[in-house]
Ligand binder design. Structure first.
Ligand code: NAD
Ligand code: ZN
Length: 248
């Protein structure tokens, strides 16, 4: 990694007064969770139709078989890596206001981040499709599918958004607040292809934020928006970056 760029990034962080991180699937790749797109992405193995709302309501047992396999049996094993932990550390020493994540894997919280805005919701909560009551996923058995609401007997759905669903309003508003108030946005591991999440960094930039980006590959942001691009794996770069910061 280019030392000058790392120092430039560390200086941006030191000088900033309101830093927000914006993360995508790439931050969890080193925890063993593949992204959706790309050569080894989940969509090369599974047909994304099982996450469309219409399909889910008509074929909830079939849909739930894949949801359980991917988001609970597989994602459930993953542990946070140093990129998640580094962000939690930045928050702890007062350098990070919030993490806006497009991920649904709960790894920011497991790493210790407190202010996590889950733009696409979370797999950790199941919501009733009829009475809207919410349950921690661990309270609900996934042995018989689909899981059923203990209160009203209707089908439960993971509380992340499916294709065809809107962004949770509180997450949208909290993200807009961050985009309007941040003076530094740290974008980690996202292509910038998923709308409307991809607009958040643009709004931050329009409101005067500097953009620091970490990704193994250039993204849609790199040439359009990014001020400092650190190319490489998120965990390695975050580790180097955090070690450069003065924690006073
Ligand atoms: P995405 O837009 O989130 O892009 C993934 C990005 O990560 C790519 O730009 C890639 O170059 C980069 N990347 C890969 N490995 C990296 C590493 N080690 N360090 C830094 N960057 C790395 O792509 P997507 O997977 O198509 O996501 C679509 C949507 O689905 C997003 O909302 C995403 O957050 C969500 N999703 C979530 C999870 C999860 O919860 N972990 C997993 C897959 C997808
Ligand atoms: Zn119910």
């Amino acid at each position: 990694m280019d030392k000058d760029k790392l120092n430039e990034a560390a200086e941006l962080i030191s000088k900033a007064e309101h830093i927000t991180a914006f993360t995508g699937a790439g931050i969890s790749v080193e925890s063993g969770i593949p992204p959706f797109r790309g050569k080894n992405g989940l969509w090369s193995k599974y047909d994304p139709i099982f996450l469309s709302l219409d399909y889910f309501y008509e074929n909830s047992t079939e849909s739930w078989k894949l949801i359980k396999e991917i988001f609970y049996d597989f994602f459930g094993q993953a542990l946070p890596n140093y990129a998640h932990k580094g962000l939690a550390e930045l928050e702890k020493f007062g350098k990070l206001e919030a993490v806006i994540t497009q991920n649904i894997d709960n790894l920011h919280q497991e790493a210790g981040s407190l202010n996590v805005i889950e733009f696409h919701g979370t797999s950790r909560i199941l919501a009733c499709t009829q009475c809207s009551f919410k349950y921690q996923h661990k309270e609900i058995s996934l042995v018989n599918l689909p899981p059923i609401c203990p209160r009203c007997g209707s089908v439960l759905k993971p509380n992340f958004i499916f294709f065809g669903e809107g962004i949770p309003q509180h997450a949208y508003l909290a993200s807009m607040f961050e985009a309007e108030n941040a003076d530094l946005f740290i974008i980690i591991g996202t292509t910038g292809e998923v709308m409307p999440a991809s607009l958040i960094p643009q709004i931050a930039k329009q409101n005067g934020a500097k953009i620091l980006e970490i990704n193994t590959e250039p993204s849609n942001y790199t040439h359009e928006l990014t001020d400092v691009f650190l190319q490489g794996k998120a965990s390695m770069i975050m580790k180097q970056l955090v070690s450069l910061l003065d924690r006073d």
